[in-house]
Ligand binder design. Structure first.
Ligand code: ARG
Ligand code: ZN
Length: 490
């Protein structure tokens, strides 16, 4: 769903602000094999019957699609799995499989602006895809089976391992999940838990994500979970799903998200979703957490989860999820802000300590000569450039405009782009407008696009502390392959 028709659908309002318009028709140059710029998916209805013992699924995904041009045939992303039947607007449609595409030819052409209700029946054992952000490592994305359980981590392009998708970051949609599992198991997905009921000796869990979500944030988990429900001080339900045997002290780490959520609301405005949750995955090959929308994924090996990590994935719900990046090259917006809020949370009662930590981060960025925060290739997406130089860029902006103007800007970004997406250029434009400070443009352009590390405003002659420059102790990409400390994260 593009921002434009989300607004039309939800508020009947014309698109008012140019700053929000994401390039919904672009194919992301980082992953040209993925996505289809001729269609706009409005909603996915994903029904999966999962056998956690064998890993097999029986699936049916309904897609409500708007044709952006006259359509005689179109492609969706889908890897592996056997497709048994496709219908478009209730009539059987012919289809072929080529590479990672499911190509569909409706019985009759669909006019520009027309609606297609597409129904895809499929099954088999999903296989995770090779991770194109880590070409030299054996890393995978999407649907995984681990012991008698399954889980999903898709960033950036794993979604098509378990449902037919328009796997394009700017095409956001609503999602309904029906996850059917054997008795004793729990099916978890994004959003609000609608309920569960017995079906043919099994149990079906229904989840609804009724805020626009990008494909890579969709997640489904099947396991024997213990579940804990609490409430944030503001009333938002906070769920934790952990495999049995995870200690209470570990689970309490995620429950802390409620307090963080309510604190972040005072800075950046209302939490954008109806509930928040954390789901724990015990597979030792998973070494990072992921901010899957309203239901973050954490590796059990972080014992207990650091507050920084919990704060990081929570901050992503505003920045990266509700307001997502229209193009992968702009991921600094998500990772830089999530990292910034790790520092905010840790030093919330000590502004001087916050500044000191940000200066240490700056010294690290200088010492490592971290290049532009906007990256040019997929293998840079989860590097220190997006996380740490991204956070340093935000700190430079905050030094320039002051704390209250800075948070004012962030609140506007979160509010005005809610459910939509943003680009670096959109961020710069908004920052200039809300600060009323024209120097913000060259400042941000230098931080985001130039490889040289700019000076911090007001601190041009400053010298780094003597001694070795340590990498800041932030959660973000710490466990990533870039730092070769994956084992420390287990
Ligand atoms: N977005 C995640 C986070 O910052 C990290 C994801 C790393 N993904 C990957 N494919 N290595 O919490
Ligand atoms: Zn992150």
């Amino acid at each position: 769903m593009t921002l434009t028709n989300k607004r039309d659908a939800l508020c009947g309002a014309a698109l008012a602000l140019g700053l929000m318009a994401g390039p919904a028709l672009a194919i992301d140059p980082f992953f040209p094999e993925f996505g289809n710029n001729g269609i706009d998916v409005v909603q996915y209805d994903i029904d999966l019957d999962v056998d956690p013992a064998s890993g097999a699924i029986k699936g049916n995904t309904g897609l409500t699609i708007k044709a952006l041009r006259r359509t005689t045939s179109f492609g969706l992303d889908l890897h592996g799995l056997d497709v048994t039947r496709v219908t478009v607007n209730g009539r059987a449609a012919s289809f072929t499989r080529t590479g990672g595409k499911l190509n569909i030819t409706p019985g009759r052409p669909v006019p520009a602006g027309g609606v297609m209700l597409v129904d895809v029946s499929y099954g088999g054992i999903p296989e995770a895809l090779a991770d194109p952000t880590a070409p030299q490592d054996e890393l995978f994305l999407g649907w995984f089976k681990y012991r008698k359980a399954t889980y999903v981590v898709s960033e950036p392009v794993g979604a098509s391992s378990f449902f037919p998708a328009n796997d394009e970051p700017a095409d956001k949609a609503f999602y309904i999940f029906n996850i059917t599992v054997p008795e004793g198991f729990t099916g978890v997905a994004n959003g609000v838990l609608v309920g569960s009921k017995p079906v043919d000796g099994k149990r079906r869990f229904t989840w609804a994500m009724l805020e626009p979500m990008t494909t890579w944030l969709a997640t489904v988990h099947v396991n024997k979970f213990r579940s804990d429900l609490s409430r944030a001080p503001d009333g938002t339900p906070i769920r934790v799903y952990a495999p049995f045997g995870i200690p209470q002290s570990h689970i309490d780490g995620y429950a802390k998200a409620g307090e963080m959520l309510t604190y972040f609301e005072t800075l950046i405005g209302r939490y954008p979703f109806g509930s928040y949750g954390s789901v724990v995955v015990a597979d030792p090959i998973l070494y990072y957490a992921l901010e899957t929308q309203a239901m973050s994924v954490f590796p059990a090996g972080n014992d207990p989860p650091s507050e920084g990590l919990v704060a990081h994935e929570l901050a992503h719900q505003w920045f990266g999820n509700s307001v997502s990046v229209a193009k992968w090259e702009d991921l600094w917006f998500a990772e830089g802000l999530a990292t910034y809020f790790e520092f905010v949370w840790e030093h919330r009662n000590d502004p001087a300590a916050f500044d000191a930590a940000m200066l240490d981060n700056y010294d690290y960025v200088v010492d490592r000569k971290l290049k532009a925060a906007v990256v040019e290739a997929p293998d840079q997406l989860f590097s220190d450039r997006t996380y740490l130089r991204g956070a340093a860029a935000l700190y430079a902006l905050r030094l320039q405009v002051g704390d209250s103007s800075f948070f004012n800007l962030l609140r506007h970004i979160a509010q005005d782009n809610r459910g939509g997406s943003i680009t670096s250029e959109g961020f710069i434009r908004t920052a200039v407008r809300f600060s009323g400070d024209a120097s913000v443009r060259p400042l941000l352009e230098a931080w985001l696009y130039d490889d040289a590390v700019p000076a911090l405003p007001g601190l041009a002659g400053r010298k780094a502390k003597p001694g070795p420059v340590k990498r800041p102790d932030i959660a973000g990409s710490r466990c990533g392959r870039h730092h070769n400390v994956r084992s420390a994260c287990r």
